[in-house]
Design a binder for this molecule. Structure first.
Ligand code: NAI
Length: 386
């Protein structure tokens, strides 16, 4: 079994280390900040103790996972690794430097991977002497619990690198999907309208946020409403992802961020973690009640859902991922109640196109343009899946 190196012992690095060590690999975790390393070691021990206490794993297994991981400060520890996964700060210049440094110590057959959510794998790989060995391996938070992993080949990646990375991560019990090296990959791209269209509906005054959240959970079957979810993720993360995706897509209006969310970020109302976001989380604060108007709720739900389906269909149209992988990504990466393309089949693609066209006719905004794939499929009476 290969030795696995992890760079960065924050939320993602330590979670990925736990996954690799649980699969039986020897793992070395490096961080530039000794306190972060110490914190990760303490947190790992506490997680293992909790899993044993809950009866999820045996004491022997916990000891073997802990024993498999060493926390190091010397980059030479990567010599002999078969795979190094980088999970440091989301900054291209810092990542480039780290990749060049790692390549200088890692063996020629070592795969170098980045867990970046928003940077291009091609730009990271460009600093390596052998860019063919670089690939994106994008885990979701928390890595030990979330089954989905996006594998992102860069233009430079060798086929063998991609195949080996996919096979290895599959062997860790994860579900891998292959995504093109484009902004947001699959999940962070296709999910944008869940936030963006809900914000637009709210800004137009069609409904308040409690009613939108109620519609999406009670009528749509989503686990959390968009406003609750944005507060949960934190506006420092969720807003920044939206803004990055918008910019990286050369300002396609479909991804345009909203002022309502930007102002929350500017105010420091980051969501649950700061006690205030769209909702007030202070003790004793009363939460707003939804209107629970079924007709209005259904209208909201239909509008957000067709925008999500449009995004999923367009990702297929532009060959970002296969139909199967788009549906797997959204059910396993963000726990959607159904795959969006299967959902489109259920609603009927002609109906989806009709609803999108109605939005387009109302607003005359490019944001509501229907994917050519949906239009073609509706005309030919096709479905996404047999
Ligand atoms: P974090 O801030 O929790 O941890 C980053 C760690 O990297 C810190 O401990 C820091 O000391 C260390 N670090 C920074 N520069 C370093 C360097 N030059 N060498 C070694 N260590 C260095 O960050 P988090 O949330 O774990 O994110 C890491 C990466 O994973 C980012 O690229 C992020 O975009 C991506 N990601 C984050 C997700 C999330 O939900 N937090 C989900 C999926 C991907």
């Amino acid at each position: 079994m290969i030795k696995v190196g992890i760079v960065g012992s924050g939320a993602m690095g330590s979670g990925i280390a736990q996954v690799a060590a649980t699969a039986g690999h020897e793992v070395v975790v490096l961080d530039a900040n000794p306190q972060a390393l110490q914190k990760a070691a303490t947190a790992l021990a506490a997680t293992m103790a909790k899993l044993v206490e809950k009866g999820k794993i045996t004491a022997e297994k916990a000891a073997s996972v802990t024993g498999n991981i060493s926390f190091v400060s010397d980059i030479q520890a990567y010599a002999g690794c078969g795979l190094v996964i980088e999970a440091i700060v989301e900054n291209l210049d810092v990542k480039k430097k780290v990749f060049a440094d790692i390549e200088a110590v890692a063996g020629a057959d070592c795969i170098l991977a980045s867990n970046t959510s928003s940077l291009s794998i091609a730009s990271i790989a460009s600093v390596c002497k052998a860019p063919g060995r670089v690939v994106g391996i994008h885990f979701f938070n928390p890595a030990p619990l979330m089954e989905l992993v996006e594998i992102i080949p860069a233009v430079q990646s060798d086929d063998a690198t991609v195949a080996a990375a996919k096979a290895l991560i599959d062997s860790w019990g994860k579900k891998t999907v292959i995504a093109k090296d484009t902004p947001g990959f699959i999940v962070n791209r296709v999910a944008r309208p869940f936030y963006g269209e809900a914000l637009r509906i709210y800004e137009e005054g069609v409904a308040d946020m409690a009613t939108i959240d109620w519609a999406m959970t009670q009528l749509g079957g989503f686990r959390m409403g968009p406003f609750t979810l944005m507060d949960y993720i934190g506006h420092d993360v969720n807003y920044v992802v939206t803004e990055t995706v918008f910019r990286e897509f050369f300002y396609d209006p479909r991804y345009k961020p909203s002022f309502s969310q930007k102002r929350l970020l500017e105010a420091g109302w980051l969501g649950r973690k700061s006690g205030r976001g769209f909702y007030n989380y202070a003790e004793g604060a009363t939460l707003p009640e939804p209107a629970k108007n079924e007709a209005l709720g259904q209208e909201i739900c239909n509008r957000v859902l067709v925008m999500l389906i449009n995004e999923a269909a367009d990702a297929c149209f532009l060959n970002i991922a296969s139909r199967e992988d788009v549906d797997i990504a959204m059910t396993k990466g963000v726990n959607y109640p159904k795959g969006l393309l299967r959902w489109a089949d259920e609603i009927g693609i002609a109906t989806v196109v009709e609803r999108l066209d109605a939005l387009y006719h109302t607003y005359h905004e490019d944001r509501y343009r229907c994917s050519p794939l949906l239009r073609k499929m509706a005309a030919e009476e096709q479905t996404f899946f047999a």
